[in-house]
Design a protein around this ligand. Structure first.
Ligand code: NAD
Ligand code: GLY
Length: 364
């Protein structure tokens, strides 16, 4: 069964097809206009899933060229972005070409930025192959590459024509990547949907065992929530920032641990626990709900305790975060499970207490 979630953006609205086997459903051809296709993938995903995609595209009669990126976040850079553009030019892709991203968030972000800028923008289709990419990065139109000074500093908002979240493609994902993606799924429950949060707790085992029905519901509901938020605030003038719940703490942890200790979703897991702790200290969330968040995240095998980092260093790293507006630190806090909001009314002493509480746990 295919679940279709629409991202409602007027004449740029697009479908997210979710289900086991949606890539082979025959719908991909509907989203390819011209006679050229450029697949952007990477050296890990290509041996696993490129053949499946090529078989699907064989029916479209389009000329298909494949560009393989090296694997890893470090490859999400300007020189590889330029290499994609060089490839499109060398293979004479014209304005009616379709760029297809086959991979995780790194491939999707880079292919999307290339599609946004090649000949001022060509058709773009996302085929996300990680859980994180299916529930987050492939939806909503953020595309980017990193700069040595920071992540995602160069990019564009550019919506795809369609997203094919084929849950069969997740079968080859390493268990650690799978769990890291679950952190982003839990995020949607915390920010917008308490029932979904409770459902995730109830279906913990099914999700860890990668039961197909559970995955489809988890991806489907996550995409619905993301689509609703993006429709309200496509370019993150306000409410879209709630999608970054826990991320300011997470980015600081990732930066201070050299980007080589935690997967992004693992750092987000810790960050969400810290944001819940601060929400409780600020008199918003009950202590019980803050504890429930921590417990739920922990039962998915995700880290919930921050590494031993100096509070001062954390504060500095958080200050560098892009959610700082006009010199004031903006954070996403929760009033209750299912109700997050953006605020710049962060009590510095309470924030300090959250950071110190994390450190004390580790020093003990
Ligand atoms: P990733 O793309 O690096 O993928 C993680 C690992 O899994 C990689 O080694 C990849 O090669 C491998 N992989 C991918 N699919 C696989 C499969 N089916 N089977 C086996 N291995 C597979 O990382 P990610 O977690 O998917 O994405 C992280 C990136 O997404 C970051 O660059 C982040 O900035 C970006 N991001 C973007 C947005 C957005 O809105 N655009 C949102 C969140 C994250
Ligand atoms: N991942 C956050 C956003 O898309 O806005």
């Amino acid at each position: 069964m295919t679940r279709i979630v629409t991202v409602p953006l007027g004449d740029r609205s697009y479908p997210i097809y979710i289900g086991a086997g949606v890539l082979r459903s025959g719908r991909l051809a509907e989203h390819i206009a011209g006679s050229q296709v450029a697949i952007v993938t990477n050296t890990v995903v290509a041996p696993l899933w490129l053949k499946t995609l090529n078989t699907v595209l064989a029916d479209s009669n389009a000329k298909v060229d494949v560009f393989e990126l090296p694997d890893g976040e470090a490859e999400k850079n300007l020189s590889n972005y330029e290499a994609i553009l060089d490839f499109l030019i060398a293979h004479k892709h014209n304005r009616s070409t379709t760029v297809i991203a086959l991979g995780g968030g790194v491939v999707g972000d880079m292919a999307g930025f290339a599609a946004a800028t090649y000949q001022r923008g060509v058709r773009f289709v996302q085929i996300p192959t990680t859980l994180l990419a299916q529930v987050d990065s492939s939806v909503g139109g953020k595309t980017a590459v990193n700069h040595p000074q920071g992540k995602n500093l160069i990019g564009a908002f550019y919506q795809p024509e369609a997203v094919f979240a084929d849950t069969e493609l997740l079968a080859t994902l390493p268990a650690r990547e799978w769990r890291a993606g679950i952190a982003e799924v839990i995020k949607y429950g915390i920010i917008q949907d308490c029932n979904f949060f409770n459902w995730l707790i109830e279906h913990n085992q099914a999700l860890l065992e990668m039961s197909s029905d559970a995955i489809i519901h988890a991806v489907g509901r996550s995409c619905e929530i993301k689509a609703e938020v993006v429709a309200q605030d496509e370019r993150e003038g306000g409410i879209r920032a709630i999608l970054n719940y826990g991320h300011t703490f997470a980015h600081a942890i990732e930066a201070l641990t050299g980007y080589n200790t935690y997967l992004h979703g693992e750092a987000v897991a810790i960050g969400m626990v810290m944001a819940a702790d601060l929400s409780w200290r600020q008199g918003l969330l009950t202590l019980n709900d803050s504890a429930r968040i921590k417990q739920a995240i922990g039962t998915f095998g995700l880290p919930v305790v921050p590494p031993a980092l100096e509070s001062e260093a954390m504060l500095n790293a958080m200050g560098m975060d892009k959610k700082v507006l006009d010199g004031r630190l903006r954070l996403i806090l929760a009033r209750s499970i299912g109700d997050a909001f953006v605020t710049d009314a962060v009590d510095q002493q309470l924030l300090q207490a959250t950071l110190s509480a994390g450190k004390r746990l580790c020093d003990d």
